[in-house]
Design a protein around this ligand. Structure first.
Ligand code: ATP
Length: 271
């Protein structure tokens, strides 16, 4: 079982590291770069995996896990790297790990080129749900990472990842449905969706999209073999998403207080 308190405490410190720069233990700094469909995030950990600093920016330089605007992606990663280096009193960040949705192998090179173009040396390449499990440390179960563009999953048996899958349907689809329903722009729908006070109202509107995400999990996971779903990714911030997952899949569904930065922090752990 995942120690939910440990995960919540750890993620709270990652969140704090967006505002506060913590003093690192040891000499090595580890960086995780999450090039996402909706956000680009850089997380810095010290050699004992304590969160030190984090920067993120909303961006639409990827589609379905693939970089569609290389120059745009490069400019943002450079900017975030420089911001972090300034916060670290000019200390250069060199090594970084990257991750991508499971099964998008063809774009591994582009992801690496973006990181290298921004001045990083790529030390490790992971898939997103496996990276998330570095935080969760689940022995048996399924880690489900719902980002902007896709729903990804990693099935774990006896601490080993035995299967990874990824399919389109993510937060972007949720926002499109909201935009259509309320006759507002996509940007306005994003703002509405990220307002926790609106979640109760919007959940019934986007229920079918969430059910589609749950059906992706159901398609690959045998409830006789796997009994618990562990959610992460920005879209899982939606209040009540776990209840829809439980109803659709019949599986116990767990999510931390803030599932948003789990994957980027997990990527950094593997640097
Ligand atoms: P992908 O993994 O699919 O490439 P990504 O890495 O950009 O995408 P995340 O950063 O995990 O994905 O999540 C981004 C998504 O989370 C966006 O669709 C965003 O609107 C959504 N999101 C962020 N915060 C919230 C919130 N408070 N409530 C609901 N959705 C949110």
């Amino acid at each position: 079982m995942m120690d939910l308190k440990r995960v919540n405490d750890y993620m709270k410190r990652v969140e704090e590291s967006e505002e506060v720069t913590f003093k690192p233990v040891g000499s090595k700094l580890k960086v995780g770069l999450d090039l996402g469909t909706a956000y680009i995030v850089l997380v810095v950990l010290d050699e004992e995996d304590n969160p030190i600093a984090c920067e993120k920016r909303a961006a639409s330089v990827l589609r379905d896990g693939i970089v569609v605007d290389y120059t745009g992606a490069l400019a943002i990663v450079r900017e975030l790297k420089e911001k972090l280096e300034q916060r670290l009193n000019g200390r250069e960040l060199i090594n970084c790990a990257i991750a991508m949705p499971a099964g998008t192998d063809s774009s591994v090179k582009t992801h690496s080129y973006v990181a290298e173009g921004a001045g990083f040396e790529v030390t490790n390449i992971l898939d997103e749900p496996t990276a998330a499990n570095s935080i969760y440390q689940i022995e048996n179960g399924v880690v489900v990472d719902i980002g902007g563009g896709t729903t990804g999953l990693a099935i774990l048996k006896d601490q080993k990842v035995v299967q990874i899958e990824d399919e389109p349907t993510g937060g972007t689809h949720v926002s499109l449905v909201l935009a259509g329903n309320y006759h507002i722009s996509f940007a306005e729908a994003e703002i509405m969706k990220q307002d926790y006070s609106k979640h109760k109202e919007i959940l019934p509107v986007v229920k079918a999209v969430v059910e589609k995400m749950a059906s992706i999990v159901k398609k690959y996971v045998d409830p006789k073999e796997v009994d618990t779903i562990y959610l992460c990714g920005g879209t899982c911030c939606l209040t009540g998403i776990e209840k829809i997952f439980e109803k659709e899949t019949g599986m116990k569904t767990i999510k931390p207080d803030n599932p948003f930065l789990v994957t980027p922090a997990g990527i950094a752990m593997n640097c």
